[in-house]
Design a protein around this ligand. Structure first.
Ligand code: CP
Ligand code: NVA
Length: 330
């Protein structure tokens, strides 16, 4: 029996493989219910607060729609407009919000901030992305892999790009927990933090997972089942860093050559948003400055029949609902 009532959801290191599997299973049921138009207002009348110190499309919408599907009411607190951070500490905000809400989502900067929020709020707190981790994203990602291959164990997932960001770190953790073959494909200076690698290696030794660190993209992606990438510059990092990252990560772009080197049934995943063309203001600015039209993934791969990025984005909704439901249910 898995019981996650009143638990915080801050990082996957805090959860067992059984608990993670359980959340994905609940998400799959919720997905069916939503598809069949079956009412699932299991948390009717409850209140959730969503704190976003950084921008968001998927995470915010998944929490809002998910909460409403479950019968709840939502308050959105954006990067401006509340007292948080300017006149009021995380600890004080946590204690105030916990008096009014039954659950709190937080997206922001240091992991320490969401951990502090959870320490002071006596209601479940969910991490909607920090500099270090993006745990709700991982549930959607492994759900998408499971839907595609029917299993997680033994799946070779290669992450190419800035592997010490929130998504790279979290993929290493979830792969270690779920017995997958994780390949971190990046220049050495962008490998994850050594301490985190050590922690994941210990987990992997118990689950049968393997962790490989490889700077040669052709070696790394050979026979991959899943190719995964993320933006080269994350939210909160300065625009000036683009030049250095483009130089460092150009050869890690997921393109046709990489796709052809992977397994013939390979799927392409990306947490999104993605720079695969110049139809955005930043994409255009980068093109004007550096002359590149595509960054971490080519438009060809992004739009190919191997791409599951929109299925993955949809699964954000179902998995986030599962997290709210399992931690909040009476
Ligand atoms: N993948 C993801 O977290 O997207 P948003 O930044 O749009 O929430
Ligand atoms: N690494 C990216 C993920 C966005 C969902 C960022 O932090 O901006």
């Amino acid at each position: 029996m898995v019981d996650l009532r009143n638990r915080d959801f801050l990082k996957l290191l805090d959860f067992t493989p059984k608990e993670i599997n359980h959340l994905v299973k609940v998400a799959m049921t919720l997905k069916k219910q939503k598809r069949n138009n079956e009412s699932h207002r299991y948390l009717k009348g409850k209140q959730v607060a969503l704190i976003f110190e950084k921008d968001s499309t998927r995470t915010r919408c998944a929490f809002e729609v998910g909460a409403k599907d479950l019968g709840m009411n939502v308050t959105y607190l954006g990067p401006t407009g509340s007292q948080l951070g300017k006149k009021e500490t995380i600890a004080d905000t946590a204690r105030v919000l916990a008096k009014m809400y039954d659950g709190i989502e937080y997206r922001g900067f240091e992991q320490a901030r969401v951990e502090a929020l959870a320490k002071y709020a006596d209601v479940p707190v969910w991490n909607g992305l920090t500099n270090e981790f993006h745990p709700t994203q991982m549930l959607a990602d492994i759900m998408t892999v499971k839907e595609e291959f029917g299993k997680l164990k033994g799946i070779k997932l290669v992450f190419l790009g800035d592997a010490r960001n929130n998504v790279g770190n979290s993929l290493m953790v979830v792969s270690a927990k779920m017995g997958m073959h994780f390949v971190c494909c990046a220049p050495k200076e962008l490998f994850p933090d050594k301490e985190l690698i050590k922690e994941c290696e210990e987990i992997a030794s118990k689950t049968g997972a393997t962790l490989t660190f490889e700077s040669d993209p052709m070696k790394a992606t050979k026979d991959a089942d899943v190719l995964y990438t993320d933006v080269w510059v994350s939210m909160g990092e300065p625009m000036e860093i683009f030049e250095k990252r483009i130089k460092l990560l150009k050869k890690y772009q997921v393109n046709k050559k990489i796709l052809d080197n992977a397994s013939k049934n390979v799927i392409f995943l990306h947490c999104l948003p993605s720079f695969h063309n110049i139809d955005t203001s930043i994409g255009k600015e980068i093109y004007e400055k550096f002359g590149i039209k595509e960054m971490e993934v080519t438009d060809e791969v992004f739009e190919s029949s191997h791409s599951r990025v929109f299925e993955e984005a949809e699964n954000r909704l179902h998995t986030i609902k599962a997290v709210m439901l399992e931690t909040m249910k009476p």
